[in-house]
Design a protein around this ligand. Structure first.
Ligand code: PLP
Length: 399
């Protein structure tokens, strides 16, 4: 056996359940046709980017000096790009962001790795709420930290403040939130953010050191029924925002996002430098030049994300009629119903027999549930209900 890094080998060989299902789906599609496979496994946006994205890319390719366009930008991102994004944040959230607080990243994943790498000393803890995006554990542990998981509030998928208060200790370096949430679709209200901020301020003061709040926001623009997603730095000064255009502009493959280090953060410049250093150590160099510019010019546009709300309505209503218990998502393109048996892994295995590709909740730290990624054409969401009905009938017959 080659003498390689054991942890890296494990990460490289154990494919994630989601990726595995996605690959299984591709195989099934080849066998029975795309229209007969209900692939709810992966969070690839199903709607195209707005026209303006391609038009902007083409215009830049035609009009900009190619040497400049394809050159390295500054490590933290092109200055004009950061100015434009800071302006947009000021306009949209009434928050005085400075370009020097922004660090352009390779998606939200790159942003999160920059934050964890920049903040964590070996053994320091990051508090995460279940259900959670499984890559968090990989990113936190790669940065030498420890993920401390708070069990899910399965009634509403909101923050369980009692458990949070119990979990915070002098070893807590950061709390990580993700709203709108993957996989539950929950959105934290202003009241929730205020209460969280209050607790973190009080504990930071008690321990004489800041507890950072990292807010992972790739789904900020996908919130339903006009619901507002609070802009967290306005409520808590020691906040780092991890943003991405992967979902809002349907550009996950272009790897573009940013970190915003909140203006009023204690020792702001030191934290910013540490985030920059972590990104340097990870070899990110600078985010892709062309798409930094495209995203800055399209920062206030989104794909037509209304299809996700349509799909949510169809599936929540349909699944409840079939007998599933599901908390209505307020955003994203995920929902997280209870499985009809306790063993979510066995349930999702059985679902495959009906060509329903859904992900066990265990991987998200919340067994007894399944994640459905409804970023699919609406007619497929509609037709999938017959397959869910057959799955439910199987359990009814065998109970
Ligand atoms: N955070 C969450 C909650 C996600 O769901 C994802 C991707 O699905 C990411 C981060 C990573 O996003 P990106 O593609 O922008 O790196």
């Amino acid at each position: 056996m080659a003498n390689v890094n054991e942890r890296a080998l494990r990460l490289g060989t154990q494919r994630s359940v989601i990726r595995e299902l996605f690959e299984f789906g591709k195989k099934r599609i080849a066998e029975v046709g795309l229209e007969n496979v209900f692939d709810f496994s992966i969070g690839n946006p199903s709607v195209p980017s707005p026209e303006k994205v391609n038009e902007t890319a083409i215009r830049l390719l035609k009009e900009m000096d190619p040497v400049t366009l394809h050159a390295y930008t500054s490590a933290q991102g092109d200055a004009k790009v950061r100015e434009r994004i800071a302006d947009s944040i000021r306009r949209r959230f009434d928050y005085a962001a400075s370009p020097d607080s922004l660090y352009m990243s390779t998606g939200a994943a790159g942003a999160l790795c920059g934050c964890f790498g920049g903040l964590l000393n070996p053994g320091e803890e990051v508090i995460v709420f279940a259900p959670f995006f499984p890559e968090y554990r990989v990113f936190i542990e790669s940065a030498g930290g420890v993920m401390k998981l708070i069990p899910a509030d399965t009634e509403a998928f909101q923050i369980d403040f009692e458990r949070l208060e119990e979990a915070i200790s002098p070893n807590t370096k950061a709390v990580l939130i993700n709203s709108p949430n993957n996989p539950s679709g929950a959105v934290y209200s202003e009241e929730t953010i205020c209460r969280l901020s209050q607790i973190l301020k009080e504990r930071s003061a008690r321990y004489g050191q800041p507890i950072y709040l990292i807010t992972d926001e790739p789904y900020r623009e996908i919130a339903f029924s006009g619901i507002t997603v609070p802009f967290v730095p306005k409520y808590y000064p020691n906040t780092l925002v991890c943003y991405s255009w992967s979902k809002s502009l349907s550009l996950p493959g272009e790897r573009m996002g940013y970190i915003l280090v909140a203006e009023e953060m204690e020792e702001h410049d030191v934290v910013y430098a540490a985030v920059a250093g972590a990104s340097r150590a990870l070899g990110y160099v600078s985010a892709p030049s062309l798409f930094q510019r495209v995203c800055a010019l399209c920062a206030e546009d989104t794909s037509d994300v209304s299809v996700y709300e349509t799909n949510r309505n169809i599936l929540v209503r349909g699944l409840r009629e079939i007998g599933f218990s599901v908390v209505e998502p307020q955003g994203t393109f995920y929902m997280f119903p209870r499985t009809l048996i306790e063993d979510d892994v066995a349930f999702c295995e059985k679902a495959r027999e009906f060509d329903l590709l859904i992900v066990p909740g265990s991987g998200f730290g919340c067994p007894g549930h399944t994640r459905i990624s409804y970023c699919v054409p609406t007619e497929r969401a509609e037709r999938s209900l017959a397959a869910f009905e057959k799955l439910a009938a199987y359990y009814l017959k065998n109970s």
